[in-house]
Write a protein that binds this ligand. Structure first.
Ligand code: MF3
Ligand code: CO
Length: 248
């Protein structure tokens, strides 16, 4: 069942989303070659707590940190640690936070220093694909129009869409119905309505779409070792144009 949010509930989701966006701003501003992924996690956790927000990931199914940091061929759910980022890396930082009982969830892939032409294209195409998906998150469209738009853009650019992980509804819980695949035919699934709040999150690989999970039981990597990117916003379905919640 998809939970429709009232305007006051969407206002709370906006507050959570803003805190998540501010945490991303800090990461973006401080990121440079030589920082460790554990330092990123410390910046995020300290900022969220300072703002009175609760890190949504910490303790979720035993997850040990306040954000996910996924480097290069890591797709999602990388655990922050002693890894030192070097010039040319790309790092996907996924942040979730609860404010007043509502969750904001957003991921962004950042270049570390100067990155390859291929990495630059991957970041650009994945971010564009996120916005193509968001364009479909309007009242009257069908759920699968989101994933279809994402897949079209990604594959037209020569990249592939991860199948094994999907976007989701977001609200009082980080993961609500519906699941939102980033691929598939258009015109299927529920009809979108005002008050639905969705986390849209394309994960895009330079090579094959297949992934595997490392021994730590969290880190998802591309099966072929190719680079991967992840961009995510929490949005509210509106008439005409979706409202992005995880923004400043
Ligand atoms: N944005 C991710 C998701 O929607 C965050 C989950 S990471 C976890 O699934 F560590 F909390 F599991
Ligand atoms: Co998410």
């Amino acid at each position: 069942m998809i939970i429709l949010k009232s305007d006051p509930e969407i206002a709370a989701l906006r507050r959570a989303g803003r805190v998540v966006a501010e945490a991303h701003r800090i990461v973006r501003d401080r990121l440079r070659p030589g920082v460790t992924t554990a330092e990123i996690d410390a910046w995020v956790e300290e900022f969220l707590r300072k703002r009175g927000a609760i890190p949504a990931f910490k303790g979720y199914r035993g997850y040990p940190a306040s954000c996910c940091t996924s480097v290069n061929d890591e797709v999602v759910h990388g655990i922050p640690g002693s890894r030192v980022l070097v010039e040319g890396d790309i790092v996907s930082v996924d942040i979730g936070a609860f404010v007043d009982g509502f969750c904001g969830d957003s991921a962004w892939t950042y270049p570390v220093g100067t990155v390859s032409e291929l990495a630059q294209k991957l970041l650009r195409v994945t971010e564009e694909a996120l916005y193509k998906g968001i364009e479909q998150a309007v009242a009257g469209r069908r759920l699968s129009d989101i994933g279809h738009a994402i897949q079209q853009h990604v594959e037209a650019s020569g990249f592939s869409v991860v199948r094994d992980f999907v976007g989701h509804g977001v609200g009082r819980a980080m993961h609500e119905a519906p699941q939102i695949p980033n691929y598939g035919p258009p015109g299927r699934g529920v009809r979108l309505k005002e008050g639905m709040t969705l986390a849209i999150e394309p994960m895009v690989n330079c090579g094959d779409y297949r992934v595997r999970v490392l021994e730590d039981n969290w880190t998802v990597v591309t099966a072929d070792g190719s680079l991967s990117a992840h961009f995510e916003h929490s949005v509210a379905v509106r008439t005409g144009e979706a409202e992005i919640l995880t923004t400043l």
